[in-house]
Design a binder for this molecule. Sequence first.
Ligand code: HPA
Length: 288
Amino acid sequence: MEPASCRFAAYSYDDYKETADWLLAHTNTQPKVAIICGSGLGSLADLLKDKTVFPYEDIPRFPTSTVAGHAGQLVFGKLQGRECVCMQGRFHFYEGYSIQTVTYPVRVFCLLGVESLIVTNAAGGLNGSYNVGDIMVIKDHINLPGFCGQNPLVGHNDDSFGVRFPCMSDAYDRDLRALAVQTAQEQNCDSFLQEGVYCMVAGPAYETIAESNVLHNLGADAVGMSTVPEVVVARHCGLRVLGLSLITNKVVTDYDSNEKVNHEEVLATTQIRAQDLQRLVRHLVTKI
Ligand code: HPA
């Protein structure tokens, strides 16, 4: 039999605990809500009041960020009076991080006492009725890297976080989704609100036309390169999850199209809609 030491265990409980204890010792904030800010959406963290800011490189055992447009800091503070922690800059699998490193912060949030996780991302629209600038409340996901063995829960299961075989049919909390829809109506965001299925691809290359058609046929409404690993780990340790995708581009599914997706277009759209998304999240957190 294979010795236990050969089986995969990227981090131990003590690693996450060391990070969480250090953070708790350096801030008076006791957040119940954590927010992971997607590409170009990090300015949400700037709205926090009474802030304590920790660059990732100052936090014991925390990974560090490499992508332009991602600040790479953990921001504790109050959003509309509600204590929150924001990840300004997330870790992407395409940057070369292991899938366990991508999800490291989520277990730290759990040990901080966080109960709800809000994840935002930029995504390409596969659903033909979606427009650039729409906000999609994530109803469900397709974990394509997970299909290929890149699930963050592969390896030793730490029972102190959750069960070996966690349920994912309720990954995106029904009440939080309803709250998002209701808040969007109150904030006049309902004209560009959608609800749909997010598919994660590893990236960093955008999809070919054939791949885009496969994803659409699989039932995906939007495609992106993040979020799903964090959600899997969050659900494993019992956090409630709300996911919001900003549709930054229409995915090309037609060979006659001359459109080409690029990162600049993605970031430009996030700038146009960032204020609306921030307003939505700001009003949402007070109700969680
Ligand atoms: N594909 C994958 N990821 C993305 C896209 C896309 O079209 N847009 C923003 N992130």
